[in-house]
Structures are given as C-alpha cells and as structure tokens.
Design a protein around this ligand. Structure first.
Ligand code: NAD
Length: 259
C-alpha cells in the first residue's frame, strides 16, 4: 500500500492566511511529498498565499487566481493549470461564504440574495470546480471538501451556512456517483469549530468553541493539523475504497444527543 503522495499533484483552494483549514491541508500534503498548486480568491490574497507557500518543503511554482462565483474565472484557472501542469491527482475545496448579517439571529430572516450567495459560493462551487478538474485527473483522483455539523443539525447562528452545507453534502454524494466511473473519489471532512477568518463571521463563535470543550467526548477542540492529516488519508491510497463519505473530525461532538 502506498502511503506517500510523492509524484502526485494537488490543487489547494481556499488559503486566506495561516489559520485557514486549507493551509492545514497544504502542510500535511507537503509533508507527504505531494506537489502543490494554489488558487486564491483575488489579488488581495496572492501575497499571503505566496509567502506561506515559501515556508513549505517544496518550491511551489503554480499560483492561480480563481473566484468560484465566476464560471470564466474557474475555466481560466483550470485551463491554465492544464497547460502548465497537465495531470492532477486531486483537489482540496476549502471555500465558503455567507453575508455576516445572515450568520446571527433567526434563520427565517435570511434574504433571497443571502440564500443564493451562500449556496453559490459554498455549495455550487464544488460542482463547478469538480467538473473543471475532472479532465485533468486522467489517472484517477480524490477531491476533499470541508463541511460542518450545521448542515446536519441546527446550530445556533450558523443559519444559512448550515443550509448551504446540507446542499454541499448532498452535492458531494451526487458527484461521487458521477465521478466514480473515472476512479475519482470525493469526500467531505466535517471539521469541528476552529478559529479562522470565516469562523469569526459566525455569531457567538466562542460559545460554539466552549461547548465542544465542555461536552465533546474528547473535551477539546480539534486542530488545523488534525483536519490536514484526515485530508491526507482521503487523498492517499489508504482510503481507496471510500467515496461519498462525510468524516467527522470534531472530537466526537456529532455523536452526542441534546444535553
Ligand atoms: P478561511 O476564511 O480561512 O477560508 C475560507 C476561504 O474561502 C478563503 O480563502 C476565502 O478567500 C475563500 N473564498 C470565499 N469566497 C470565495 C470565492 N468566491 N472564490 C474563491 N474563494 C473564496 O476559513 P476556513 O474556516 O478555513 O474555511 C474553509 C472551509 O472550512 C469552509 O468551507 C468552511 O465552511 C469550512 N469549515 C470551517 C470550520 C471552522 O470552524 N473554521 C468548521 C467546519 C468547516
């Protein structure tokens, strides 16, 4: 069985800064010997991504702008990756967005626009980038997306992001059925709460963290590194029979009933 990712190439989407879960995944794949390609939302993030990449064991050569709300941007990014690199073996989709105003108060207040934005960027983007990446995965591949318990259960203030995560989870399963024929697997990691730029947008996020520390079976929150090592498993041959799955990396919190 091959544990190493040497000679394989992965696209990491969604590094904003060193706290990003995408960065945890990048570090784990770098350790495992994979070649990395980074995409970033806009020129505002380019320097931060390039600076971080310089701290890896490898010299990263490939950085591309890719705004997943824009089909042309996705087409351009993956077209260029195809020209520059050719074959890829997987993709980490670590992208979500919802308006801050929709991440507090009552879900019923969600506007049509807020509903559509969250679904567009946080769920449809997985469909669009998987479709764009598929022709590059000629040797088979693995796609990993990041989801959250708020898509399965009601989590205070998570609101529209929870509904978008439910859509992401279902999209991941339908994609697994489509892509399996090409030996492309796709899975989701349901990460426990970790303080990142996006997480800061969720109302009373500290309470969500405290709840994990008090009630989760492991009585602690999870780390970016633990998300990274589970992604490594999903990208490696160790998980060769696994697709369409949601793995909870959340200190066991999701097994609990209501307190
Ligand atoms: P983050 O803010 O570091 O990452 C979110 C990324 O999404 C950023 O890099 C941002 O630039 C990118 N993005 C937003 N809109 C985009 C667009 N239109 N095009 C391209 N990129 C866009 O925060 P994070 O917590 O690392 O989030 C990564 C993923 O992990 C998200 O899907 C999030 O929902 C999920 N997640 C986070 C937690 C947590 O507690 N932090 C828990 C479970 C799941």
């Amino acid at each position: 069985m091959n544990f190493s990712l040497k000679g394989r190439t992965y696209v990491i989407m969604g590094v904003a800064n060193k706290r990003s879960l995408a960065w945890g995944i990048a570090k784990a794949l770098d350790e495992a010997g994979a070649n990395l390609i980074f995409t970033y939302l806009s020129p505002r993030f380019e320097k931060s991504v390039r600076d971080l990449a310089q701290t890896l064991n490898q010299e990263v050569e490939h950085f591309y702008e890719c705004d997943v709300s824009d089909d042309q941007s996705i087409e351009q990014a993956f077209g260029q990756i195809n020209k520059d690199v050719g074959v890829i073996h997987g993709l980490a989709h670590c992208i979500a967005f919802a308006d801050k105003d929709d991440l507090k108060g009552e879900f019923k207040q969600t506007s049509r626009e807020g509903f559509l934005t969250a679904h567009n960027i946080s769920a449809y983007s997985l469909v669009a980038v998987s479709r764009a990446a598929e022709p590059l995965m000629t040797e088979g591949g693995s796609i990993v997306t990041l989801t959250y318990l708020g898509g399965e259960r009601v989590v205070q203030n998570y609101n529209i992001m929870g509904v978008a995560k439910a859509s992401l989870d279902a999209s991941m399963k339908y994609l697994a059925n489509d892509l399996g024929k090409q030996n492309i697997r796709i899975n989701a990691i349901s990460a426990g709460p970790i303080r990142t730029l996006s997480a800061k947008g969720v109302g009373d996020f500290n309470k969500i963290l405290r709840d994990i520390e008090e009630k989760a079976p492991l009585r602690r929150t999870v780390t970016q590194e633990e998300v990274g090592s589970n992604a490594y498993y999903l990208f490696s041959d160790l998980s060769s029979g696994v697709t369409g799955e949601i793995i909870h990396v959340d200190s066991g919190y999701s097994i609990l009933g209501l307190a």
